[in-house]
Each structure stands twice: as C-alpha cells, then as structure tokens.
Design a protein around this ligand. Structure first.
Ligand code: PLP
Length: 391
C-alpha cells in the first residue's frame, strides 16, 4: 500500500477532501512533496511556522535537548531548564503582570486551563465569548466557540456560556457580577481576520475591571509577531488582559500551548484543590527548547519589524475583479472572493501552481494568507501573481 492509501485507511479522516499531498521535507518557506515538487507555504502550518520550517537553530536546540533528557516527570514537580528559561523569556516580553506561565500540550488545553482559572479565581461560572470566535476543539473550548454549525452535534456543552458579536455593545452590556471571564481572540482569525475597534476594546477592558471579570485574550493565532507586533494587543494602547493564551508559534513547530497570568492568580491552582490543572506532557522539554530557540530567532532576525511592509506589498498586489476585499492585520490576511466554491476551486489550482494555502473555518469564502514571517519580497510577488492567475 502507498502512504497515501495508508493515510486514507488508517489515519482518522475528518476532512472530506484533504489536500493529500505527501510531504517529505520542509525548510524555510517551502514544502516538498514525494514527487519533488516545491510549494511556497502561504499559511505556515496555520500560523505556527512564523520563522519558517525547520530553522537550523530550532533543529539544533531540539537535538541538544534530546541528547540531555526527554520526558522525566509530569508537570510542575521538577525543575527543567528549558521550561523555566522559556517561561522567564516569555515573562520578560509580556506586560509585568503577565509573569507566570502554565505550559500545556495545545492551544485548546490552554483555553481549558484559563477557563478553570477564571472560575476558580472569581467563584463565578458565566463566560462571555464571541460569535465566530475560535479557541480550540475540546469540549470546554468548543462550548466557547462561536458557531452553531460546528458545535451543535456535540451537545450538551458546558453551560453558562453566552455569545455576542465581536465589537458589539451588547457584549459589553452583558458583563455583570456573574461573569467569570470574557474570552476573545485579540484579532479574530477564523472569522476571516476581524480586528477589534480600539474604543470597543478599551471599553471592554474597563467594564471587566469594574465587574471583577477576568479578561482573557486568545493570542494563539495572532501572537508571536504575526500581526506586526509581538502580541496582537500591543496594537492597542494600555490594554492588557488578565490572562493571555498562547499556542501555535509558541512551540517553534513543536506542539505546545500556554496560559499566562499573574503569579498571584496562578497560585490559586495550588490549593482547593491542589494540582488545579494536571498534565503529563505540558511543558515538555523538547517543545520548550524548540519554542525558546524559535523566539530567539524571531527577535534576533528582527522578523516582526518586517511584517508591515510585507503586508503592504501583498495588499498592493492583490487586485483582481473577483476579489471583494482583503482584510489583514500584519501577515494574517483574508482574501474574500464571491463564494466558498470559488475559494475551494482556487485553492485546488494553487496546489497545481505550487502554492499552499487554505480557507477559514467561519469564512470559507476567504483565502487564508498567513505565511512564515520570513517570506521574501520576491516570494510575495511570485505568490500574488500565481494567486491572481488561479483566481
Ligand atoms: N485559539 C485560536 C485563536 C486558534 O486559532 C486555535 C487553533 O487554530 C486554537 C485556539 C486551538 O489551538 P490547538 O489547535 O493547538 O488546540
């Protein structure tokens, strides 16, 4: 049997039409398939590979760590250098009050942990999140996800969750003394790239503080420089969440998530009950070593500073009568076409043309552009020319 046949038979299939190309290697901004064909990666493993694929520094860090130790003990019992060093590095690049990191296995688990912390800290159960918000696919995360089509088959979900439109006054008005937390993506990704209105975000922050409600920003997709600042919330003056969720690029290509808050809040997970969140593999030394190396590359190569010019170049080139609009925040971009059908047709042609892209969960009429931040000007010009011809 070929690997493709084994993929279809023995690997659980959730996509009715998987891309199905067989990847044999990936480096920099390119994927290479079993026939030796190169694909320019326009989605970076869905906002994971911000520094490109298999960066030599990341590979070296993984190799070094693998030679020292792999898993030694469940979360939070022994001191592991890659874990504590990476937590300290993250704390040094976050606002002062976000100084304590709980590393998880995925973004969804970070969402779960943050919801638990908000309930534990406030003694309240109600949660407010957004229509078209995405925070992961485990049951708690699915409950706060804002789209009925995707969650309905899995009911009953977690009770006490209220959904409102992003940027809406209704959401702010709904916050009261029963609200444990408001959980939003700082910049909505799967909705097709929707940025918050600055006044709305400021008013949301104020209302949460007045009501003793924790404000949680999900930076899993928009963090690590994707939007042109290290963190998405840095686009907005003086707005800091009580808890921030990290994931995707956090692990430098290895699986990892995190929820980050103040030391005082996080300490609540140490008693009543003790071990307030438990994970065997969260903060795995290999993932932390990889993630930390990737974050150093992001800084040392000044990749975040180059994002705005690359975004502007994309926008200047993406002109076509079939393109309704292009929404973007840095290198997180949605190219809106007339229909989901037109998008899937275009994406199929992109594969033939050696371009790797995708759509958005709640905006299937949009093509996703979220390349490694290392994409070059020449590659952007090439990608746009090919994309326009595929459209
Ligand atoms: N939050 C956001 C904004 C995401 O985009 C995602 C994944 O796409 C998640 C959470 C879930 O992360 P994971 O797939 O690692 O569970």
């Amino acid at each position: 049997m070929t690997n493709r046949q084994l993929f279809q038979q023995h690997v659980a299939q959730t996509s009715p039409s998987p891309v199905g190309i067989e990847i044999v290697s990936a480096s920099g901004n390119y994927l290479i398939d079993a026939e030796g064909k190169r694909y320019l990666d326009l989605i970076g493993g869905i906002s994971v590979c911000n520094i490109g694929h298999s960066h030599p520094s990341v590979v070296a860090a993984i190799t070094r760590q693998a030679e020292s130790y792999l898993h030694v003990m469940v979360y939070g019992e022994v001191v592991q250098s890659p874990q504590v060093q990476y937590a300290a590095l993250l704390a040094a690049h976050l606002p002062a009050q976000l100084d304590c990191v709980y590393f998880t296995n995925s973004g969804a688990e970070a969402t779960e942990g943050a919801i638990k912390l908000a309930r534990r800290a406030t003694g309240r159960t109600d949660i407010i999140s957004c229509n078209k918000g995405y925070h992961g696919n485990t049951l708690g995360a699915l409950s706060v996800m804002g789209d009925e089509y995707w969650r309905n088959a899995f009911r009953p979900l977690m009770p006490g969750v209220w959904h409102y439109d992003f940027n809406s006054q209704e959401l702010i008005d709904a916050i009261n003394e029963h609200t444990a937390c408001v959980l939003i993506e700082t910049i909505q990704g799967e909705a097709g790239v929707i940025a918050p209105d600055p006044e709305w975000l400021a008013s949301l922050r104020r209302r949460c503080t007045e009501n003793g409600t924790l404000l949680i920003f999900d930076e899993i997709q928009c963090g690590f420089g994707r939007t042109g600042k290290l963190w998405g919330f840095e686009h907005y003056t003086n707005i800091v969440p009580d808890i921030v969720l990290l994931g995707k690029a956090l692990g430098g290509g290895m699986p990892m998530g995190a929820f980050v808050s103040s030391h005082a809040l996080m300490q609540l997970l140490t008693f009543n009950p003790v071990l307030g969140h438990i994970t065997t593999f969260g903060g795995h030394p290999l993932c932390c070593a990889a993630g930390m190396a990737a974050m150093h590359v992001l800084m040392d190569e000044h990749l975040v500073a180059g994002v705005a010019a690359k975004e502007a170049l994309f926008i200047s080139l993406l002109k076509h009568p079939e393109i309704r609009t292009v929404r973007s925040k840095g290198l997180l971009m949605a190219i809106e076409l007339s229909s989901a059908g037109k998008v899937s047709e275009t994406l199929r042609r992109c594969i033939t043309h050696g371009l790797f892209s995708d759509w958005f969960l709640f905006a299937p009429e949009c093509i996703r552009i979220a390349p490694p931040l290392t994409i070059t000007e020449d590659e952007i010009r090439h990608a746009c020319a090919q994309l326009l011809s595929c459209i």
